[in-house]
Design a protein around this ligand. Structure first.
Ligand SMILES: [Zn+2]
Length: 376
């Protein structure tokens, strides 16, 4: 095996060696299984360059890279392996220019490779934080200053008074001595942040945030503490602070400013994934990190998807009661005797209390004024 980049290149100097390594990583006992139908008997053809499915219903030919981040790429595996090693080993990431120069391809190819590698760095399993240690949550904002923009870009924002209009919100949730999760949050939405926290953090865990009132709706689910940075309160009662997450964010900002300089808001989540991966694997050796990444390469990201227009983040708002605009029926002995435009009109006309009619409609009460009430 290998412990550094030089040994990696020496241990896998050819395409054949890389393919053998990949076969061992992807398939049990190194025996090919068809990525299209899952059949586990395949013929080796083209001197090991491709395989052919032995199932008489499929017979498809495929390369070993089908179904991975390297699918349909003309870049040799040797270069891919070097790139993956460089990306995962560099403390602050590597720019597409630098990577292109290092492995000998164009900046555009390197940029695409980097995004595909980030896809492999993304966590696909479910994460639960707060099992043992306190959890800290905070947001940060990614995006340049208006003053540093060129005139054309600056003019786009000239009618917008909000100084944060061009910024992307990133939520960071971290368990002390544990793992970090960084997620891009939709703009102007204070609902999504607490919702994401409840998805990530175990109920009744210790949760520490800043004093934003956005968290008020989830305080009951946790052993909740907050620190008020507004009045220069940073640490209270010994270990109530958000310094761990702020420390992690400062590394994130270093990576963005020092290496990538400028990132598109569309791709911010991928940079977050890269950063979270690097942070969470900070105690792992470079060579092990390479192997872990190679185990996670399933899943293709096409160039078309990558450069496509961003999909607006869908936010699920709490659903409103259905049919409330259709009015309400007044029911006596199972028969509808009247229809009202809404509960308030019904209450006014019958002289009952609207709250009682509501309760009957929502099955919280049996009757109101001797009538049954149902939403139309
Ligand atoms: Zn097949």
């Amino acid at each position: 095996m290998f412990n550094n980049l030089r040994e990696l290149i020496l241990s896998m100097p050819t395409e054949v060696a890389c393919r053998e390594y990949l076969a061992k990583q992807r398939w049990q006992d190194g025996k090919a299984s068809c990525p299209y139908c899952g059949h586990n008997k395949c013929y080796v053809i083209e001197g090991g360059g491709r395989y052919k499915c032995a199932s008489n219903k499929c017979y498809k030919r495929f390369k070993i890279t089908v179904g991975t981040i390297m699918e349909a790429s003309n870049i040799p595996l040797v270069k891919w392996f070097t790139a993956i090693y460089l990306v995962t080993a560099h403390k602050k990431g590597i720019s597409s220019y630098q990577l292109g120069k290092n492995i000998g391809c164009t900046q555009k190819s390197a940029w695409f490779m980097l995004h595909r590698i980030r896809e492999a760095l993304r966590r696909k399993d479910e994460i639960v934080l707060g099992e043992t240690n306190p959890v800290e949550a905070d947001e940060t904002f990614v995006g340049g200053k208006f003053g540093n923009m060129n005139k054309k870009r600056r003019m786009k924002y000239k009618d917008i008074a909000d100084p944060m209009a061009n910024k992307t919100t990133v939520l960071g949730v971290i368990e002390r001595n544990g793992e970090l999760v960084a997620r891009v949050m939709p703009k102007k939405n204070t609902y999504k942040i607490p919702q994401t926290i409840t998805e990530l953090v175990k109920k009744n865990a210790t949760l520490i945030t800043d004093s934003s009132n956005m968290y008020s709706r989830i305080t009951n689910s946790y052993n909740y503490h907050s620190v008020n940075h507004g009045i220069f309160e940073y640490v209270k009662e010994g270990d109530i602070h958000t310094n761990t997450i702020e420390g992690a964010f400062s590394h994130f900002k270093r990576m963005l400013i020092g290496t990538y300089h400028q990132i598109s808001s569309k791709h911010t989540q991928r940079y977050c994934d890269e950063f979270a991966y690097r942070y969470n694997s900070r105690k792992v050796k470079d060579a092990d990190r390479f192997n872990i990444t190679m185990e996670n390469i399933e899943g293709r990201l096409t160039y078309k998807t990558l450069i496509a227009a961003p999909i607006p983040v869908q936010v699920e708002m709490p659903s409103k009661p259905k049919n409330r605009h259709k009015g309400v029926f007044q029911v006596k002995d199972g028969e509808i005797i009247a229809h009202y435009r809404n509960v308030h009109v019904a209450a006014k006309e019958t002289g009952l209390r609207s709250g009682n009619i509501h309760r009957v409609c929502n099955s919280q009460r049996k009757s109101a004024g001797g009538f049954d009430w149902i939403y139309a």
